[in-house]
Design a binder for this molecule. Structure first.
Ligand code: SF4
Length: 358
């Protein structure tokens, strides 16, 4: 769909909210004040709550991998993050460090980046010891030098925000830091609760978008691209105009050279131009589609009917420094796509910064 005006873009449609069928709390999570805060939220939504006798998550496997997937994606587990989560890893090129407020995501993207990187059933695990997770971050800051933190590597933080409030808490925390900045990205659209937060310009909110044939076919359970852009517009609008006044960004991913890809991505840029027809602090991140042998295997059990192209014969192998293999597009295709995206962005958003192409 081609959107021509802001009026067409800004709808009154309610935001897309994930409602789990069950919410499980471990005893350790219930001992945490933040866990209690999540408990009250979930209770006020009248969701069925189970309190586990032990801290191990059990009873989440079905009779097949696909059934296990279905059970997991309908379950929110509130647990405490293991101590290993307090040792942060770098996450180039997105940010200096990654940390996690949850693991697992309620959406059903057939190319999901989490496939192969998380172990066990893809249950959405929200962390009840968030204050401890946030307190730990200061250790990684270098005084007088800006340090960036990505919080969307293992979850879609906005997708579970109505159940946890954890993203808002992170934004408030970073609003108080002089040298620490937060980055998050989402395919959901319920941003109203974030607009009035004291972010102090220290959080960059991004939405992940794609051309219509890709988002329509492969991004189950997410908000539409139109709604994501509407949400980004609200986040970017200045406070005096009722918006959040945040720095914002677009992550265009995973980019695929589908039929008529220039036209399809051109339409996506039309929609972005319509949504962001004002001055704002804007960045772009451009990520081409890739997969690994491990992610392909997991995705094929999660989405056995998927039409996603993961034919190794049509790809080039890229090795990381540990010898791991990724299948990417060949150098010519990559060069042509990169040139197209950079030129579209330079023409349409001359003030925006392209952070990386990969
Ligand atoms: Fe996976 Fe991201 Fe889609 Fe969630 S939104 S299913 S994390 S690709």
């Amino acid at each position: 769909m081609l959107v021509n005006t802001v009026a067409e873009l800004v709808s009154t449609k309610p935001a897309r909210l994930w409602i789990p069928e069950r919410v499980i709390f471990t005893p350790a999570a219930l001992d945490e004040p933040w866990g209690q805060q999540i408990y009250k939220r979930v209770q006020s939504l009248n969701l069925p709550i189970e309190e586990l006798p032990r801290n191990r998550l059990t009873g989440l496997r079905g009779e097949s991998e696909r059934q296990t997937y279905d059970i997991a994606k309908r379950t929110l587990a509130v647990v405490t993050a293991p101590p290993s989560q307090l040792k942060l890893s770098p996450i180039p090129p997105s940010a200096d460090w990654q940390f996690h407020l949850a693991e697992g995501c309620p959406a059903h993207c057939q190319y999901c980046y989490l496939a192969g990187s998380l172990s066990g059933p893809p249950v959405i695990r929200a962390y009840a010891n968030l204050p401890q997770i946030l307190e730990n971050l200061a250790k990684y800051e270098q005084p007088g030098q800006m340090t960036t933190y990505e919080v969307s590597c293992y979850t879609d933080p906005l997708g579970i925000e109505h159940l946890t409030g954890s993203l808002a808490e992170c934004i408030r925390y970073f609003g108080t830091r002089s040298d620490g900045h937060l980055r998050w990205v989402s395919k959901f659209d319920a941003v109203d609760s974030l607009l009035d937060l004291p972010h102090n310009g220290h959080t960059r909110c991004r939405v992940s978008v794609n051309a219509a044939p890709i988002s329509g076919k492969f991004e189950g359970g997410t908000a539409s691209v139109t709604s994501r852009l509407e949400a980004l517009r609200k986040l970017a609008l200045p406070r005096e105009k009722g918006g959040g006044g945040y720095p914002v960004g677009l992550v265009i991913a995973p980019i695929m050279p589908i039929d008529d890809w220039q036209m399809q991505y051109g339409r996506l840029f039309d929609m972005i131009s319509t949504a962001l027809d004002m001055d704002c602090d804007l960045t772009f991140e451009l990520i081409s589609h890739r997969f690994t042998p491990g992610s392909k295997e997991v995705l094929q059990t999660w989405y056995p009917q998927s039409k996603l192209d993961m034919d190794e014969e049509k790809r080039t192998i890229k090795r990381n420094k540990f010898g791991g293999v990724k299948y990417v597009y060949d150098a010519d295709t990559m060069k042509t796509m990169k040139r197209f995206f950079e030129s579209e962005i330079q023409q349409r958003f001359p003030k925006a910064k392209i952070l990386y192409w990969t």
